[in-house]
Write a protein that binds this ligand. Structure first.
Ligand code: FEO
Length: 171
């Protein structure tokens, strides 16, 4: 079995974990009376499912029999909105590490098709980290409270889901 495809199979499960984690964070925000934040995080959770499916489809196209392992339970509580976004950023940084390791393995194993496939994810991770960084910075500026928090909540209510993996340049 290809080492690269087996490693990519592991990442499918991690992407589903990301969706699970962001769904747990959605619950936190809904419970905290911040529907805009809950909406933003729900969209984030949906995006992660598209990431998992993009990898799953690629593995099938390469003739790899995908094995779906257990998904860990995510945490259920955080201290504040800022705490959630910091945890989200730390999680994305970890995912970036996994994607980079996969890309390095594909190079080492001379799997050119997977190298090209992973380019989309390498680029996507820059955006993922940026999104969370922006929110960590915004929440730090407003100290995570008051009128600023309410305004940010209204802004985040406007995020809509689009399947970026379905566009023509998605690879
Ligand atoms: Fe699937 Fe948030 O990267």
């Amino acid at each position: 079995m290809s080492k690269v495809l087996a490693a990519l199979n592991d990442q499918v499960i991690r992407e589903f974990y990301s969706a699970y984690l962001y769904l747990a964070m959605t619950t936190y925000f809904a419970d905290a009376g911040l529907p805009g934040f809950a909406n933003w995080m729900r969209v984030q959770a949906k995006e992660e499912v598209t990431h998992a499916n993009k990898m799953y489809d690629y593995l099938l196209s390469r003739g790899h029999k995908v094995v779906l392992g257990a998904i860990d339970a995510p945490p259920a509580s955080w201290k504040s909105a800022l705490d959630v976004m910091k945890a989200g950023l730390a999680h994305e940084q970890k995912v970036t590490g996994y994607i980079n390791d996969l890309a390095s393995l594909a190079v080492k194993e001379k799997d050119h098709a997977t190298q090209i496939f992973l380019n989309w994810f390498v680029t996507e991770q820059v955006e993922e980290e940026q999104n969370f960084t922006d929110l960590v910075n915004a929440l730090s500026l407003i100290k995570g409270e008051g009128q600023g928090l309410l305004m940010l909540d209204r802004e985040l209510a406007g995020r809509t889901f689009t399947d970026a993996t379905a566009t023509a340049d998605a690879g």
